[in-house]
Design a protein around this ligand. Structure first.
Ligand code: SAM
Ligand code: SF4
Ligand code: F3S
Length: 431
C-alpha cells in the first residue's frame, strides 16, 4: 500500500529546521499528509546534524528506539536526511533505514519514497545551484519564520563538516527574499530570521548583505534577525544599517571560537583577537543597546593552558550576553582531524565546564542590570506553568511574564517591566 502520512523529526541548526519546512512542502505537494507525531506515520524522516559526534550518536540511538515501531507495522519506512546523511551516505542504509538523502536532494524525496517500497535508495549529490526556488516552506509557527538568504559554506574552518555536508556557498536573489518576506508580512508574521552559514558574505550582483538588510527592512516586517555573522566579513556598513533601521533587531551573533590568535590561525578563521575586539567595540558604539552572543570551542588540537586562559580572558573582557559553548569534536575528513597534540577528552570537558560557569555568572550579572527596565517583547507562547507568557526581547533575551488583562496574544508586541531574573531568563510583568 502506498504510504500517505509522513513524520519529520528535526535535529541541528535553524538551517536544518528550515530545510524540514522545505521537505514538508515538497512532500505535501506530492499528496503526502504531514503528521506531528510518529505514531500515525507511514514514513519517518530524521533530518539530522553531523556537526559534532554526539549529534550523530543521538541519531543512531533514535533509529534504534524508533525501529521497534516496525514490529507492529512492518511496512513503516525510515529515512535519514540532512547533514549526517550527506556525511555518511550509503553507510547508513540498513534493514531499518531504507532512504538516505542529503540537503540538496529533497526535491527527489517523493520518488525516493516510492522506490524505497521495494528496496533501498540514497542520493547525496551536492548541487551548486539548488536553493529550493519555487518551494514555499510549510511554516511551523505563525509568528516567526526563517528565510534562507544563502546555502552552503566556503569558509572551511578546519574543524567543521558544514562545507562538506552543505556544499558550496550560493546566495539567493534579493527579489526572491523580498517577495518571501512581503508574503510573510501579509500573512501576519511578526519576525523573520535571515539564514546563512555566513550571511555577511551575501552577494547578488551589486547588492551585499548591508544592501539586502536595508531592502528587507523596507518591507516593514516587525522584527528582522540574521544568523550567522563571520567576523572576517562583518562590515561597518552592516552595523550602520542595524543602527539606522528600527526593525532590524539590535542583536549580533558573532562566533569567535577561541581567544587565542594561534588557535584562530589553526582553525582557519582569518581574523585576530584584536580585530575581533575592534568589531565588538564598533558594534557597541554604533548600535545602541546591542546584545552580542558568540560560539566557543574548547580543547581544539594544540590548545594549551595559555590559549585556554586567553579565551577566558576574552570572555571576561567582552562580557558576551550569551554564548554557545562546545568541547571540540573531531570530525573525519576535516583538516583539524589531522592535527597533532590532541587535547585529552577530560581536559576538554574541564575547560568547557569552567567556561560555562564563567559565562553563567556574566549572563546573570548582565541580566540583573535589566531589572526595573521596560522591554518590548514579542510573545511566542504561554509559560510552562500556563499562568503566564513567554517571548523574547529585541536583543533576543527570553522573558517570562504575567499579564492582568486579555490584550496579550501569541504574536503580539507587548511592554514588559523586568522584576527579576533566573540567570538566563528575565521575569516580568506586562505594563
Ligand atoms: N556558520 C556558523 C558559524 O560560523 O558560526 C555556524 C556553524 S556551526 C553549525 C555552529 C557552531 O558549532 C560553530 O560556530 C562552532 O562553534 C561549533 N562547531 C562546529 N564544528 C565543531 C566541532 N568539530 N567541534 C565542536 N564544535 C563545533
Ligand atoms: Fe563551519 Fe566555519 Fe562555515 Fe561556520 S563558517 S559553517 S564554522 S566552516
Ligand atoms: Fe546545521 Fe548540523 Fe548541518 S549545525 S548545517 S544541521 S551539520
Amino acid at each position: 500500500m502506498k504510504p500517505v502520512t509522513v513524520y519529520i523529526e528535526t535535529y541541528g541548526c535553524q538551517m536544518n529546521k528550515l530545510d524540514s519546512e522545505y521537505v514538508a512542502a515538497v512532500l505535501a505537494g506530492s499528496g503526502y499528509t504531514l503528521v506531528s507525531g510518529y505514531a500515525g506515520a507511514d514514513v519517518i524522516l530524521l533530518n539530522t546534524c553531523g556537526v559534532r559526534d554526539n549529534a550523530e550518536q543521538r541519531i543512531h540511538g533514535r533509529v534504534g528506539e524508533l525501529s521497534s515501531l516496525r514490529r507492529g507495522k512492518p511496512e513503516l519506512l525510515f529515512g535519514i536526511i540532512g547533514c549526517m546523511a550527506q556525511r555518511l551516505g550509503e553507510k547508513l542504509l540498513s534493514d531499518v533505514v531504507r532512504i538516505v538523502a542529503g540537503p540538496d536532494s529533497y526535491r527527489k524525496l517523493p520518488d525516493m519514497i516510492e522506490q524505497a517500497l521495494s528496496g533501498q535508495v540514497f542520493d547525496t549529490i551536492l548541487d551548486r545551484e539548488e536553493t529550493y526556488e519555487g518551494i514555499e516552506p510549510v511554516r511551523c509557527s505563525g509568528t516567526s519564520a526563517w528565510v534562507a538568504v544563502m546555502r552552503g559554506c566556503d569558509n572551511f574552518c578546519s574543524y567543521c563538516v558544514v562545507p562538506y555536508t552543505r556544499g558550496r556557498e550560493r546566495s539567493i536573489p534579493v527579489k526572491r527574499i523580498i517577495g518571501e518576506t512581503a508574503r510573510l508580512r501579509d500573512s501576519g508574521f511578526r519576525e523573520i530570521t535571515l539564514l546563512g552559514q555566513n550571511v555577511n558574505s551575501y552577494r547578488d550582483g551589486d547588492v551585499d548583505f548591508a544592501g539586502l538588510l536595508d531592502r528587507v527592512a523596507d518591507t516593514g516586517i516587525g522584527w528582522i534577525r540574521f544568523l550567522t555573522s563571520h567576523p572576517k566579513d562583518l562590515t561597518e556598513d552592516i552595523l550602520g544599517v542595524m543602527a539606522r533601521r528600527s526593525n532590524i533587531c539590535n542583536h549580533l551573533h558573532l562566533p569567535v571560537q577561541s581567544g587565542s590568535d594561534r588557535i584562530l590561525t589553526a582553525m582557519n578563521r582569518k581574523y585576530t583577537i584584536s580585530e575581533y575586539k575592534g568589531l565588538i567595540n564598533r558594534a557597541r558604539e554604533m548600535v545602541g543597546g546591542i546584545n552580542i552572543s558568540t560560539d566557543l570551542i574548547f580543547g581544539f588540537p594544540g590548545e594549551t593552558e595559555d590559549d585556554f586562559r586567553a579565551t577566558i580572558g576574552l570572555m571576561e573582557t567582552v562580557r558576551f550576553d550569551f554564548a554557545f559553548m562546545y568541547r571540540y569534536s573531531e570530525r573525519e575528513g576535516t583538516k583539524a582531524s589531522l592535527l597533532p597534540d590532541k587535547v585529552p577528552e577530560e581536559i576538554r570537558i574541564e575547560r568547557l565546564k569552567e567556561a560555562i560557569a564563567l559565562q553563567n555568572s556574566i549572563m546573570r550579572g548582565r541580566n540583573r542590570e535589566h531589572i526595573g527596565s521596560v522591554f518590548v517583547v514579542l510573545v511566542k507562547g504561554t509559560s510552562k506553568d500556563n499562568h503566564g507568557w513567554y517571548g523574547f526581547t529585541e536583543t533576543n533575551i527570553p522573558v517570562v511574564f504575567y499579564a492582568r488583562d486579555e490584550t496579550v496574544n501569541i504574536g503580539s508586541f507587548v511592554n514588559v517591566r523586568i522584576d527579576e531574573t533566573t540567570g538566563a531568563t528575565l521575569m516580568g510583568t506586562c505594563v
